[in-house]
Design a protein around this ligand. Structure first.
Ligand SMILES: Nc1nc2c(ncn2[C@@H]2O[C@H](COP(=O)(O)OP(=O)(O)OP(=O)(O)O)[C@@H](O)[C@H]2O)c(=O)[nH]1
Ligand SMILES: [Mg+2]
Length: 381
């Protein structure tokens, strides 16, 4: 009698055999098909699988030893001897049942411990409870106990799921220089808008012909700040925009001068400061259709505040989020939870005050490399 098994998977053929041998007695199964596939982030992980059938006559080692013991009892003749035999068999059965119960209890304890370990790691990384529950539920629903028992494998699987939740859009500077790009920087006070413009100009603008527009007529020193940065970047032209009419004219001039890029700075405001939000929308209106608005949020912002900012700024139709100040937080779970919840992609990441560096195009690696406690599973170069 036979029964099919598999596929049983592992990262090498040896590992597959080792796992097969933990399920079945060696010799009690026949492999009929080896398979190979690639999975994981970047599809770099090779997975081997084996399928086949079990020869059911072959007993597990546990069943074999039970049978051998029973066979070792000599054949009894008299009725009282038979009763003794029945008692002996019953007590043996009871002992084997106890062993079996202990074995499966140990296995599920190990299983629970590993799921708890994943839960506590996700908490340490500041993922929100809803995200953590979803990962744990997914482990319960989609992974067999044999896989959950292997903590390293389990961590790799969870990293794959997290990687899939990270949304990235990094094509802003990849497209051709023309038509002119208009990058608008929006966000709450002190998010890093003005500094990020300078970093971006220094790191990504290359030999593009660009100009700064500042619409920040509110903050004391805002114009001086942009003037200082323009000087720092070899006297790049800058314009102070006073209103929608002014914007229309300067915008037309920029196209007439064949500029490749316009960086538009805006005043920081709380998302509930509706009058200021309306003023900024009005001033941006003349270039709205052709623009690429971005929302900036510091990476250390609390989850509920991030969601609030993301919702309130959505009237500006921004294309994605620039998460700033990663150097001021040790965790990335909140940012990933927000991406999963809102589906908004990340555009750039900044991680320091140095205007010449400390910015990069958003990438999954940047976030995965910052996960705490996942060891090699989270490290991508
Ligand atoms: N640690 C750290 N500080 C940063 C980063 N980016 C900007 N900053 C600092 O954050 C502060 C505010 O930056 P700004 O660029 O003026 O922020 P803003 O959004 O233009 O601010 P408002 O115009 O007032 O709304 C400055 O001290 C910057 O040096 C970063 O990535 N890491
Ligand atoms: Mg500013």
């Amino acid at each position: 009698m036979t029964a099919a098994f598999g596929p049983i998977e592992g990262s090498s053929k040896e590992e597959v055999l080792e796992r097969l041998n933990t399920f079945y007695t060696p010799g009690s199964y026949k492999i009929t098909k080896w398979g190979e596939r690639y999975e994981g982030f970047l599809r770099k992980k090779r997975i081997y699988s084996a399928e086949g059938y079990l020869v059911l006559e072959s007993k597990t080692s546990f069943e074999k030893s039970k049978e051998e013991l029973l066979n070792a009892i000599p054949v009894q003749k008299s009725q009282s001897e038979n009763r003794e035999l029945v008692k002996a068999i019953e007590s043996l059965n009871e002992r084997f049942d106890q062993m079996e119960r202990r074995r499966s209890q140990d296995e599920s304890t190990q299983w629970d411990a590993n799921v708890l370990e994943i839960r506590s790691l996700l908490e340490k990384n500041d993922f929100i409870p809803e995200y953590i529950d979803e990962i744990c539920m997914r482990i319960h629903e989609s992974m067999p106990q044999s896989e959950v028992k292997r903590l390293d494998y389990l961590k790799e699987k969870v990293i794959d799921w997290i990687a899939a939740d990270i949304k990235i859009e990094s094509s802003v500077f990849k497209a051709a220089k023309q038509p002119m790009k208009i990058l608008i920087f929006l966000g709450p006070t002190g998010a890093g808008k003005t500094t990020t413009i300078v970093k971006m100009a220094a790191s990504f603008a290359g030999d593009s012909d660009y100009v700064f527009f500042t619409t920040d007529n509110y903050k004391i020193g805002a114009v001086e700040q942009i003037k200082k940065f323009a000087e720092l970047l070899n006297y790049i032209p800058y314009e102070v925009i006073r209103g929608a009419e002014d914007m229309k004219r300067k915008f037309w001039e920029a196209s007439a001068f064949n500029r490749d890029l316009v960086f538009i700075d805006t005043p920081g405001f709380s998302p509930t400061h509706y009058t200021l939000a309306a003023d900024v929308r009005q001033i941006l209106e003349p270039c709205r259709a052709e623009s690429y608005p971005m929302l900036l949020i510091p990476a250390y912002t609390r989850y509920s505040d991030m969601i609030h900012i993301i919702e309130e700024f959505s009237v500006f139709d921004y294309k994605g989020i620039v998460f700033t100040k990663f150097d001021e937080t040790t965790t990335v779970g909140t940012v990933i939870s927000v991406m999963k919840k809102t589906g908004r992609p990340a555009l750039f990441f900044t991680d320091g005050q140095d205007a010449a560096r400390n910015i990069e195009a958003a990438s999954k690696q940047f976030l995965l490399n910052r996960l705490i406690g996942f060891g090699k599973a989270g490290q991508f170069k």
